[in-house]
Design a binder for this molecule. Structure first.
Ligand SMILES: [Fe+2]
Length: 295
């Protein structure tokens, strides 16, 4: 066996033991793909990948995508490697990174297939904070009662970048809102995402801004309750980073967030694998107005 995956917690997390030189071997890639579905998040402790190695591994696992090419921190010199950092030299607009302090699923407010998986390498760390937490939205759905599942099974949710930025900028300027409009589009997705393999997951996050056909406050109240449900310790793995760690997660079945930090030295290099499932579509303007404003 050239790779073993050890469960970290009963419902989430796998520690991958593999020699770096074998990472792109077909049998390793197959085991990693299967482990990702099974464990949700995989940790390659202190594996120390360079950008080219991370991109090569990403390419073996699927087709790479850069869903934040327009976001601050995108770097044309390292195509498809996004630097997650508050370092002013690398990123002069921290909104997007500050938004990661709150639960989210990557790429949900883009009119494209939701990214399949994200790979994050720790290059330098914060003195305090910066741990990343992952919540298993498949396990969280499965643990609901039959009655609760039935109540939410056919609900549709509007997701907006503005909602994910609300905790960062309570009162954004119109210029800032304008910029967000260029970076993302309001999307409508099912609350319960039915995957081709038969599994179902909740599609939640701070970007979830209302339930179609429901009064705004009622929709947000249910979404926040479900988010709290899914963030219970049993469904969550919290990763304390060491330099060189690589962590990848199934973005279709997990939400994630980072523990707040202020240290500009913390820098993560992110690559993304394109998804094949597009659960939703652009939100219709009439639904947006009805869903997001109080009546
Ligand atoms: Fe993220």
């Amino acid at each position: 066996m050239s790779v073993t995956i050890e469960p970290i917690k009963p419902l989430i997390g796998g520690l991958v033991r593999v020699d770096k030189s074998r990472l792109c071997d077909p049998d390793v890639v197959e085991s990693v793909r299967a482990g990702l579905e099974d464990r949700g998040v995989l940790v390659f402790a202190e594996i120390g990948l360079k950008d080219e190695e991370q991109l090569a591994f990403t390419d073996r696992l699927g087709s790479r995508v850069n869903f934040t090419r327009q976001a601050p921190g995108s770097d044309v010199s390292a195509q498809d490697v996004y630097k997650v950092t508050l370092d002013k030299e690398l990123n002069n607009e921290p909104d997007y990174v500050l938004g990661t302090f709150f639960w989210h699923v990557d790429g949900v407010t883009m009119d494209m297939a939701v990214p399949k998986a994200t790979l994050l390498s720790a290059r330098s760390l914060a003195d305090r904070g910066g741990e990343t937490e992952f919540a298993n939205l498949i396990a969280a759905y499965e643990a609901l009662s039959a009655e609760e599942k039935q109540e939410i099974d056919s609900l549709r949710v509007v997701h907006t970048l503005e909602a994910s930025m609300r905790p960062v900028w309570g009162h954004p300027s119109s210029e800032r809102r304008e910029r967000w409009t260029r970076m993302a589009v309001p999307m409508e997705h099912p609350l319960v995402w039915k995957h081709p393999d038969g599994r179902k997951s909740l599609l939640l996050g701070t970007h979830a801004d209302g339930i179609v056909g429901w009064p705004a406050a009622h929709g947000r109240a249910l979404l926040w309750r479900l988010q709290q449900w899914a963030a219970q310790p049993d469904f969550v793995y919290r990763h304390s980073w060491r330099p060189g760690d690589l962590v990848m997660w199934n973005n279709e079945g997990l939400m994630h967030r980072v523990a707040p930090y202020t240290d500009g030295r913390r820098t993560m290099h992110r690559t993304t694998i394109a998804g094949r499932e597009k659960p939703g579509h652009r939100a219709r303007p009439e639904d947006l107005a009805r869903t997001l404003e109080p009546v």
